[in-house]
Design a binder for this molecule. Structure first.
Ligand SMILES: [Zn+2]
Length: 302
């Protein structure tokens, strides 16, 4: 058993065990990393909250499932919330984005996204060939109003283990707590009920305002709390010039030239981190030189 103290680092993932009750858990609280993600775009209130909750969930799940590469949460909807994407890597870097129709906001109830909306958790681990990562995707039913409830139901069903999950986000912080009963007959008879009652005393404002150390102590200090590990999280983007080049090549030279027509260059801005990529027409010869022979021949070079 180890005593945990308040940590000054606000972007953190903490894994813990409540041995007597036979329950394992993951806690995530983001401060600066969440501010960095928010700083990339202006989001309306509900979309902001959903994005924060999705970012926290992506980090929480890397503490729950073994992830060697990256884990992402993707929501594909229609108007007004077209897409939501949050990703956490094994190295603890996070990024996220929401696409909302101009002047509108995400629905307050996820079920209002309609039958065509899709929510998925994708784990991408490096394969033997680095260019071909292994991907595992799970679809999550959008049968709850809240993102946390949708994921909670997913884990309960897919892992056949009692699970509790609370997610929250405001302008300052995004935070989440995931609890799951250990498989088999680990823990005492009323362990899960006891931990569930403690979990029910936790409301979103307290989850957002409290550090990992203080929160876990407040909830579980009488429950043989054992911290298994903690790691820092941070905002970072995995975009690169090579990736943008590959995107332009797949778009095709004709389209790229059309996009460059007005200014003599293609400007690509990464929506996750705001980084600008500049491709002047003078570089198109090299950029599209290795395009397979059956592609349309290059047009005039300026
Ligand atoms: Zn980027």
């Amino acid at each position: 058993m180890s005593e945990i103290h308040s940590m000054p680092e606000p972007d953190q993932l903490t894994r813990f065990l409540l041995q007597e009750a036979g329950v394992r858990g993951v806690h995530v609280r983001l401060g600066p990393a969440w501010q960095d993600i928010l700083g990339q775009s202006r989001y309306p209130r509900l979309a902001k909250r959903l994005l924060g909750e999705a970012c926290v969930a992506s980090a929480l799940f890397t503490g729950h499932t073994k992830v060697d590469g990256r884990l992402s949460i993707q929501l594909r909807g229609s108007e007004p919330l077209r897409a939501l994407f949050a990703e956490c890597t094994a190295a603890g870097t996070l990024r996220g984005i929401a696409q909302v129709s101009e002047g509108q906001d995400a629905p307050a109830d996820l079920r209002d996204l309609g039958d065509s909306a899709l929510l998925a958790i994708t784990v991408e681990n490096p394969g033997l060939d680095p260019r071909e990562p292994q991907r595992y995707q799970s679809l999550v039913a959008l049968a709850s109003a809240e993102l946390g409830d949708a994921f909670e139901a997913y884990f309960r069903q897919s892992e056949q283990l009692p699970t509790r999950l609370l997610l929250a986000a405001d302008d300052e912080h995004a935070a989440g707590l995931l609890l799951q009963k250990l498989p088999g007959d680990a823990g005492d008879a009323d362990g899960w009920t006891r931990i569930g009652a403690l979990f029910d005393t936790l409301a979103e404002p307290e989850l957002l305002a409290t550090s990992a150390g203080d929160l876990l102590h407040r909830l579980f200090h009488q429950q043989s709390l054992q911290v298994l590990g903690a790691r820092d999280l941070s905002f970072a983007c995995s975009c690169s010039r090579e990736r943008v080049e590959a995107m332009l090549q797949s778009l095709g030279e004709e389209e790229a030239r059309a996009a460059a027509e007005a200014t003599g260059a293609v400007e690509v801005r990464c929506e996750f981190c705001g980084r600008q990529y500049h491709f002047p027409l003078t570089e198109f010869g090299v950029l599209f030189a290795e395009v397979p022979a059956h592609s349309p021949p290059p047009e005039r070079l300026q």
